[in-house]
Design a protein around this ligand. Structure first.
Ligand SMILES: Cc1cc2nc3c(=O)[nH]c(=O)nc-3n(C[C@H](O)[C@H](O)[C@H](O)COP(=O)(O)OP(=O)(O)OC[C@H]3O[C@@H](n4cnc5c(N)ncnc54)[C@H](O)[C@@H]3O)c2cc1C
Length: 389
């Protein structure tokens, strides 16, 4: 059976199988409840983090001990973990990715030693939930130019005012990275601030009702005269463009992997169904018009896989530039929507029914074309790289 991975060696196969086993045990039994929003995903995320060894030793870590540098596990492990979670429930990966990747990742890369010590272990183990607040009601694609949230200096504190929206984990997060325009010495530049949930003046909305990724709570953050100490300025002051570019690059680089996981699952379900379902006295996979759909889906999947594993296969350590990252996000996220929609079609009426899973995969896939910069923003960024301006 073709799948989301290139040819793997024994160590990599053990790691993929272990990741799959942990995800099947810790996540699969809860998907129904998570998708119907009967419980938030954080207990599951904590169990996943423990099993996958994100916060130290675990059964997953055990599988890595035998590895050699040629196994490129520094790349392979996060990719395999993301693919395996996304195959089962992409919403959980969105919430996990924001807390672990965006928030812990930002603090690890840019935070002071004290900030790292305070927040990173809890975010990594899943004990602490993080939210990453850039988008505002009037500032989406133009997140910098139109930002209205401000921070002003008041004695030994900053005072934040504004509103953030569409923030993953907002209804339950313990800590936020909030981007605000810092007004200091007559100038304004955008800086990230660490804001704890319990700060007076900070409020959050209920989870928004939305099309997909139901397992990932999304909401608004309201900041009304929120006072935070000066040491909550992330990293003690970073250069705005470099910093956010780095975060966006990480987010955009992660989304193809997430898209690959759910597209892989959709393809697997469609192929299997086409072999089992009979019409006109034979399996529908015998019909060439169905075969064409399967062949096109497979072509898209192969290209997604080639992008996601390009650095891994080439043994490259240097990460891609922004234009290539955007090209990968553009292609993979659109391809995942196409594959999941095709999967619905191959399953016919059953594809439209909740219990057959593919309609959820299609709803979840669409988010990847919007979050982390829409299709158009990827296109504009690539074009700027090609023709300047
Ligand atoms: C479920 C979910 C979770 C999210 N999680 C987070 C999060 O954790 N943190 C966070 O900060 N944000 C988050 N976002 C926000 C997300 O990053 C934004 O929705 C996205 O950047 C687009 O902004 P917008 O929704 O305001 O759309 P808009 O910017 O209003 O765009 C509307 C349309 O206009 C197009 N458009 C805009 N500008 C141009 C242009 N110059 N040329 C051509 N077309 C253009 C867009 O491509 C789009 O099709 C999340 C969003 C969703 C839906």
């Amino acid at each position: 059976m073709p799948d989301a991975y290139p040819e793997l060696n024994d160590t990599q196969r053990v790691i993929r199988d272990t990741a799959r086993k942990i995800v099947d045990r810790e996540l699969k039994p809860h998907v129904e409840k998570l998708e119907h929003e009967e419980e938030p995903p954080y207990a599951c995320i904590k169990n996943l983090a423990r099993g996958l060894g994100m916060a130290g030793d675990g059964e997953f870590t055990e599988a890595m001990r035998e590895a050699s540098p040629e196994d490129h596990l520094e790349f392979f492990v996060p990719a395999a973990v993301a693919i395996e979670i996304s195959r089962v429930c992409a919403g959980v990966l969105v919430s996990y990715g924001v807390s672990y990747g965006q928030v812990a990742g930002t603090i690890r890369r840019h935070g002071t030693p004290a900030q790292q010590e305070r927040w990173v272990p809890g975010l990594m183990s899943g004990d602490v939930v993080g939210g990453w607040g850039l988008t505002e009601p009037g500032a989406g694609s133009d997140a910098f130019g139109s930002m209205r949230t401000t921070a002003r200096v008041d004695g030994d504190a900053y005072v934040l005012n504004g509103q953030k929206t569409f923030i993953t984990n907002a209804p339950y997060a313990d800590v936020f990275v909030i981007y605000a325009k810092l007004e200091e010495n007559g100038s304004r530049n955008i800086q990230p601030f660490l804001v704890e949930r319990e700060r007076p003046g900070l409020d959050v909305s209920k989870p928004f009702r939305k099309m997909g990724t139901h397992a990932s709570p999304t909401g608004a953050v309201y900041l009304d005269q929120v006072r935070i100490p000066r040491e909550n300025l992330l990293g003690g002051g970073v250069r705005e463009r470099d910093h956010v570019k780095g975060r966006l690059a990480d987010e955009r680089a992660g989304m193809p992997t997430l898209s690959l996981g759910l597209a892989d699952r959709a393809f697997e379900l469609a192929l299997r169904y086409s072999k089992e379902r009979e019409q006109f006295g034979q399996p529908i996979c015998n019909f060439q018009l169905i075969q064409r759909r399967l062949a096109r889906m497979y072509g898209l999947l192969c290209n997604m896989r080639n992008f996601v594993f390009a650095d891994f296969l080439a043994g490259r350590k240097v990460r891609m530039g922004m234009a290539d990252i955007c090209a990968g996000k553009l292609y993979c996220c659109e391809a995942a929507t196409q594959i999941t929609m095709e999967a619905i079609h191959v399953l016919g009426g059953n594809g439209y029914m909740e219990e057959y899973e593919v309609e959820r995969l299609a709803r979840d896939a669409k988010l990847m074309e919007l979050g982390g910069g829409t299709t158009e923003i990827q296109e504009l960024t690539i074009a700027r790289h090609l023709v300047g301006g």
